[in-house]
Design a protein around this ligand. Structure first.
Ligand code: GDP
Length: 472
């Protein structure tokens, strides 16, 4: 700003200080602050968001698809540890891929495709909600449908609940696979009852969730599960326009000897071809090779196809979106500008929502609901806190509990809070470990710990108070 109005940085900072804004020369100014400054210095300004210009994904999405065609659904499997996510992924893959090409060499490309009744389904290889939410927090939604795996002999466990919260927060439909049905101790009705209690009521009990009994060991129910996925996909009318240039999401990436940066991607829209120029975040490059999950090299791939691609100049981050550009120059320039923007942004280390920022937003009427994650040491306290928080709701504002659980604050809680804008984690008689604290700090997520329920409620009430009575 100082440069543009021919003043020294000192002069500008002085004006801001006088107005009560403690800034340094590396800080980013808000639109309001810039307008106030413009008035002080009697200059005219037009503000624009630099990211708007650099947001190549938004620019891609702004163009309308013309030749929409059905595309395969992309599936992620989640659930509690040891409930059989990996086994299920392996079973589906071996059952369906093997009959296509017995003994064929499979290639790890981050996801694989199977065929059922002439229709394809894409499965993301990395099960688990951390990866899922990590990707979402980067703005990429790779998954169309989530399969929640629950072991029939074990029932709903803490990570089952976490997985469900993450799926709900992402607003992705879910199908419940009740696994380990081959075990004598299998009790699918117990799983149904436990989930129904959480509002995940099975269709045959009058609810809206498909429960499919399966066994990753015997293969029982796998066909049913695939059929259920295809039915759900049909309802969702998943479509893409294969005539466009490609948009893809990076599922994983690595640096490989002899190949350089390799990105495992799933095509979201359009067709990706060898020879295309593409940008992925701060990275760009010309696609040199496309390798499928069956190990074959191909010249082009269409919507929902997973593949490993070679040719980018650096390793892109998981969850970043790849877009094909018209020229190498366009890809390079965009990538460089984005890199520069991020460097500057990094310099002005802004943190996410602290409670103070939140109450300010609330007071300004910019926030109508407060997303929270609640963790408590025992179920009784959790219920008491929930009850009290729900009572705080009124017509204007409400507390939105995006996840609740008994036990310590976990990294998963932090990634979940991070993915939902302006949310905080409230812990009662539980404290985050050092690793969790570091993660929260790194992402700028606030964790508040309490040992008196009244204090917790009081803090939230004070926050909502801002929502209820706007101050000028
Ligand atoms: P993950 O942690 O959810 O990926 O679970 P795994 O796939 O690693 O499975 C955990 C354990 O449960 C392994 O010992 C599997 O062999 C076993 N398991 C998985 N699915 C089944 C099943 O359908 N039946 C039986 N009996 N065991 C299973």
């Amino acid at each position: 700003f100082a440069e543009k109005v021919n003043k020294s940085v000192g002069d500008v900072v002085k004006v801001l200080f006088a107005l009560g804004m403690m800034v340094t020369k590396n800080d980013f100014l808000s639109k309001d602050e810039i307008e106030i400054l413009a008035e002080e210095f009697e200059v005219e300004v037009t503000t624009m968001n630099p990211l708007d210009e650099l947001d190549y994904v938004a620019a891609y999405d702004a163009v309308e698809d013309e030749q929409l065609e059905e595309r395969p659904p992309v599936i992620t499997i989640m659930g509690h540890v040891d409930h059989g996510k990996t086994s299920l992924l392996d079973k589906i893959r071996s059952a369906k891929v093997a009959d296509k090409e017995a003994g064929g060499i499979t290639q790890h490309v981050g996801a694989y495709q199977v065929e059922k009744d002439g229709k394809k389904i894409t499965f993301v290889d990395t099960p688990g909600h951390e990866a899922f939410t990590e990707m979402r927090s980067r703005g990429a939604q790779a998954t169309d449908i989530v399969i929640i795996v629950v072991a029939a002999d074990d029932g709903v466990m803490p990570q089952t609940k976490e997985a469900i919260s993450h799926t709900k927060a992402a607003d992705v439909p879910m199908i419940i696979a009740v696994n380990k049905m081959d075990k004598p101790a299998a009790n699918p009705d117990n799983v149904k009852a436990q989930l129904a209690e959480m509002g995940i009521t099975p269709i045959d009990w009058g609810g809206e969730y498909e429960f499919v009994p399966v066994s990753a060991h015997t293969g029982m129910g796998i066909d049913d599960l695939l059929e259920t996925i295809l039915l759900q996909a049909e309802v969702m009318e998943l479509e893409a326009d294969p005539t466009r240039k490609a948009k893809a999401v990076v599922v994983e990436s690595s640096l490989e000897k002899g190949f350089g940066p390799v990105a495992n991607v799933i095509i979201k829209n359009g067709t990706l071809r060898v020879g295309d120029n593409a940008i992925v975040g701060k990275t760009f490059g010309r696609i040199k090779a496309i390798k499928l999950d069956d190990g074959t090299n191909v010249k082009e791939i269409g919507p929902s196809t997973p593949a490993a691609i070679v040719g980018l100049n650096e390793v892109p981050g998981a969850g970043e979106t790849l877009i094909v550009t018209d020229s190498e120059k366009e890809a390079r320039e965009l990538a460089e500008k984005r890199a520069e923007y991020e460097r500057e942004k990094q310099l002005s280390k802004s943190t996410k929502a602290s409670l103070d920022d939140l109450s300010e937003l609330i007071a300004e009427g910019k926030l109508k609901s407060l997303p929270v994650v609640i963790k408590a040491d025992v179920q009784g306290s959790l219920e008491a806190i929930k009850g009290s928080l729900e009572k705080l709701k009124n017509e204007e504002v409400k507390v939105n509990i995006i996840h609740e659980g008994v036990g310590g604050v976990t990294e998963s809680d932090v990634t979940l809070a991070n993915a939902s804008e302006h949310s905080v984690i409230l812990g009662f008689n539980v404290r985050p470990t050092g690793a969790v604290k570091n993660k929260a700090k790194e992402l700028g997520v606030e964790i508040k710990s309490y040992s008196i329920i009244y204090d917790l409620i009081d803090d939230v009430r004070a926050l909502l108070g801002g929502m209820m009575s706007p101050v000028i």
